[in-house]
Design a protein around this ligand. Structure first.
Ligand SMILES: [Mg+2]
Length: 273
């Protein structure tokens, strides 16, 4: 029997887009935990943010941070040797570029293009709290970026195109996460990280079936990389426009849709076939 792996976005998917509450998805998280089905968080959020959520929900599994830039793996998940660094006791597979290098490049692009924009690193913790609606402790975790920078300035389409070109010339890329823009190394996206971690699980466990759940444009690579992709609705009950083969559009918003998708998968048990 194949082992099921669930890869999930966080904002607007596992947790509510506006309130950041996970109350509606929690029963399905518990259902996965009870069945020892790995729940792999995969989001633009930082290690500090995801770890806080993992602790709250008792999720023990590896997780993918900063839009696919790195995979943090608790020691002991994989019993074979694989390429990684050890950071604070985690086995870390780094696929992206360091935040320090990204911030240097953004400073150079500001000078060169005259574009005016601000990232989390330019803001005080109180300012990050104000623009995100996070409390100060959560805002501090959001600022602890290791492989990316979050830009909070809304861009006109032509400004975004100009920024994209300047970043691409330097090996970086920008993606929209719904509220803000995230700048990462051009080679790293959620899909690359999902494929990498899936290969490790396959080496450890043999046959695996992968499920992915997301809500927005930056989840398209994640959803493309899994066997069974699910798209939950955005606030207002609409789906992000997305062209992914086999995509299942769940008729519920955010965490309510997440619970519906996961409970459906568990009930039908169709990964076991
Ligand atoms: Mg999202």
């Amino acid at each position: 029997m194949a082992q099921l792996l669930v890869f999930s976005d966080i904002d607007g998917t596992l947790i509510d887009f506006a309130t950041y509450s996970y109350a509606e998805s929690t029963p399905a998280v518990t259902a996965l935990l009870a069945r020892y089905i790995p729940l792999i968080l995969c989001s633009s959020k930082t290690r500090a943010e995801q770890n806080s959520l993992r602790r709250d929900l008792f999720i023990p599994d590896p997780f993918i941070v900063e839009n696919g830039s790195a995979i943090f793996i608790p020691p002991g998940v994989f019993s074979f040797d694989f390429s990684h660094r050890v950071v604070d006791g985690w086995q870390v597979v780094e696929l992206g570029v360091t935040a320090v290098a990204i911030r240097h490049t953004l400073a150079a692009i500001r000078q060169e293009t005259g574009l005016v924009f601000h990232g989390f690193a330019d803001l005080s913790t109180a300012e990050v709290a104000a623009v995100t609606g996070l409390d100060e402790a959560a805002a501090r975790r959001a600022q602890q970026r290791e492989y990316s920078e979050t830009l909070v300035t809304p861009f006109q389409p032509e400004e975004l195109a100009q920024l994209q070109m300047a970043l691409a010339a330097r090996g970086l890329a920008v993606v929209s996460g719904g509220k803000f823009h995230t700048v990462t190394g051009a080679g790293s996206d959620k899909g690359t990280a999902v494929a990498h971690l899936t290969a490790l699980y396959r080496q450890q466990l043999g046959a695996v079936v992968t499920v992915g759940v997301g809500d927005s444009a930056n989840d398209a690579p994640l959803l493309t990389a899994v066997d069974q992709p699910y798209l939950v609705q955005r606030p207002g009950g609409v789906w992000n426009e997305m062209d992914v083969v086999g995509l299942e559009r769940v008729t519920a918003v955010g965490p309510r849709g997440w619970r519906q998708a996961i409970e459906g998968i568990i009930q039908t048990g169709n990964w076991k076939a």
